[in-house]
Design a protein around this ligand. Structure first.
Ligand SMILES: NC(=O)c1ccc[n+]([C@@H]2O[C@H](COP(=O)([O-])OP(=O)(O)OC[C@H]3O[C@@H](n4cnc5c(N)ncnc54)[C@H](O)[C@@H]3O)[C@@H](O)[C@H]2O)c1
Length: 337
């Protein structure tokens, strides 16, 4: 399907589920971007879930989002259980505006929902020649090191910087071996997942996606990944005033109330210490990595974000391929209201 058609379709569905024209447009845009980035686990596959939650009003379709100024460069947003996309979109725009003025800006968001890919927001800052960190917590998926029970979310960590190249440097990675959305898509399509990514509920390695969802996901790098997921829970949850410690509700399975996810955005001017030399220095830095001798089978050493940039270009031309079962869900959503 052509990208603009996907966007119009999704926007209309969100409007039918009570979102304002502008908020429906923001959400549709991010869902389309996930598809274009080649991350369908965070795109149309989640539309039904968002609509279910909007219908039950555990995502507030008409939120009154409050922005509290704490100092010239620090802001605290109460998202009033809005769509995560909407709150995060406001937050990153405030962070960008204020980092441009004062060199650095920190924006915390509480009472929010699932905001999709962190790179959506990082990319906006990088396009304005800024450096950025984005954090969000997520529902329990990873067992803290030494435990059998999931508590931390897949809690992505995201860093972006201008690269002196058309494609920004954006590392955007879950703290789990694989993001949960990919396991959900595999479970939906009846596909297996590779060994070494998840345990079943008895603590045994599994390749069965459904059993993995009932069990726990393995963190990247053992106790180190578990520690990083913990940091992100502290920064996004404890620090911002949002749910934390395993209390963020699973948007697919738990309809007992809003998720109360937290996000944190830190945006900085990259030239704070080295002035105009920053771009020259980052270019040199990337060049030094890229020209290293490669291992067998590797054509090019990529920097984070390069692959996604390429997929975006290709998908924009090729259009969005929607799996049959997801197309059926979308058709139902489009007809129901
Ligand atoms: N909102 C949420 O609750 C939530 C939770 C978890 C993940 N996510 C999102 O899911 C998305 C996918 O996460 P993921 O962990 O599956 O990402 P991934 O494994 O696809 O990629 C992780 C990072 O590694 C980089 N990378 C990949 N291959 C590379 C290579 N060959 N050389 C150099 N760099 C390379 C990518 O550019 C990316 O920045 C992220 O955008 C994340 O924000 C969201």
């Amino acid at each position: 399907m052509k990208p603009f058609k996907v966007k119009t379709l999704v926007k209309n569905i969100f409007k039918n589920f009570g979102l304002s024209n502008i908020n429906a447009s923001i959400c549709a845009n991010y869902i389309l971007m996930a598809e274009l980035y080649g991350a369908p686990s965070h795109g149309l596959a989640r539309l039904k879930m968002y609509c279910n939650r909007l219908e039950k009003k555990i995502i507030n379709p008409k939120p009154k989002i409050k922005v509290k100024k704490i100092s010239t460069s620090i802001f605290h947003i109460d998202a009033n259980n809005s769509m995560g996309f909407v709150a995060a979109d406001i937050a990153i725009k405030i962070a960008i505006k204020n980092a441009k003025k004062s060199g650095i800006s920190l924006v915390a968001v509480k009472n929010s929902g699932h905001y999709g890919l962190s790179s959506f927001y990082a990319e906006q800052a990088v396009k304005k020649n800024l450096m950025v960190w984005c954090f969000t917590n997520a529902p329990p998926a990873i067992a803290p090191y030494g435990s059998k029970k999931s508590l931390f979310g897949t809690n992505p960590i995201c860093f972006g910087t201008p690269s002196g190249n058309k494609v920004p440097f954006i590392l955007d990675t879950s703290m789990s071996m694989i993001n949960r959305g990919k396991i959900r898509v595999a479970a939906k399509l009846g596909h297996k997942i590779p060994l070494g990514l998840a345990l079943d509920k008895f603590g045994k390695q599994t390749t069965n996606a459904k059993k993995a969802l009932e069990g726990t996901q393995l963190p990247i790098g053992g106790f180190r990944g578990s520690g990083l997921a913990w940091i992100i829970d502290i920064m996004s949850g404890v620090f911002t005033g949002s749910n934390h410690g395993g209390k963020v509700k699973d948007p697919f399975d738990d309809f007992t109330g809003p998720q109360n996810v937290g996000h944190l955005f830190l945006v900085l001017k990259p030239n704070l210490f080295v002035g105009k030399n920053y771009i020259k220095r980052i270019k040199e830095n990337i060049k030094m990595v890229k020209k290293l001798p490669k291992i067998k089978g590797v054509k090019e050493i990529l920097y984070p974000g390069q692959g996604r940039g390429l997929r975006y270009k290709q998908n924009l031309k090729k259009g969005i391929v929607i799996p049959k079962n997801i197309l059926q869900e979308i058709r139902k959503l489009n007809v129901i209201k």
